[in-house]
Design a protein. Sequence first.
Length: 320
Amino acid sequence: MSTRRCFLILLLFVVSGCIHIDLFPGGGALKETILSGEGDEKVLLIDISGMLTTAKSSGIVDEPSLPARIKEELTKAEKDDHVKAIVLRINTPGGSVTASDLVYHELKAFKKKRTLPVIAAIMDLGTSGGYYIAMAADHVVAHPSTITGSVGVIMVTMNAQGLLEKVGVQPTAIVSGPMKAMGSPFRPMNEEEQAIFQGAIDHLYEQFLAVIEEGRPGLSKEHIRRLADGRIFTADIAKAQGLVDDIGYLEEALDLAKKEAKLEHATVVTYIRGGGTHHNIYSQFDPPQIGPIGFPQVDAHSLFNVLTGGTPQMLYMWMP
């Protein structure tokens, strides 16, 4: 049989659905991958890195949003009795208030179903929403070069009125009430509108403080509030102020997870989708990506909306 005929037959099988070829591996169900160690009992390494957002990946591979992926991984771990501990590898400047809170909520819900140790290991950055998520852990380990803190809320908007006037553009909004267009980038924000936004930010800020109070029971409310002015902390200062428990490397966080789970030996595993390759505990995690112009590199659509007239976003994020 000629090569051309074989190819045509194979093509017919693919078109008919008899054979499936994954042209873009990376989608599909989660699969467990061994990273290190040995034994039947497992320590699960969960990666929380990059911008915290509820948006799906914009790549050609169909990846779920961060909260959806975390929930999927926790659901898989919940059903596996051999998973005896979890380490959260956190490397993020934060992100949207909702994404941060959803991941935190899913971790807290998991801990109610499975009473096993959860250790947070903060890498380059664990600021704002990243620190918020770490408060769901039983123990927080900061890498020696970690930057953390930046507790607070920020809302990003802009006033493009002067620019539009220069190019002869005058936008018009027909509204049902005087506050319907509040936060519009096409005119300055008045004092009443600013007060309303400030009220929303203050509410979300108090929510953040409540999460820290629950996650750091050894700290007083007054001490937490003094630290929660948006400043960042190096690992040593964060430990001295009680924001983290220990300073150490990722291997030490994994060893702590084994110790807390009373395991002499354990296999460190992670979950990936088909086609991915994880060779070790550091493989394939996104850098925090603080951009050179001072903006974390959020997904292009979200940043475009913020800067060109989309709805202002409330963020638990460090934005220097």
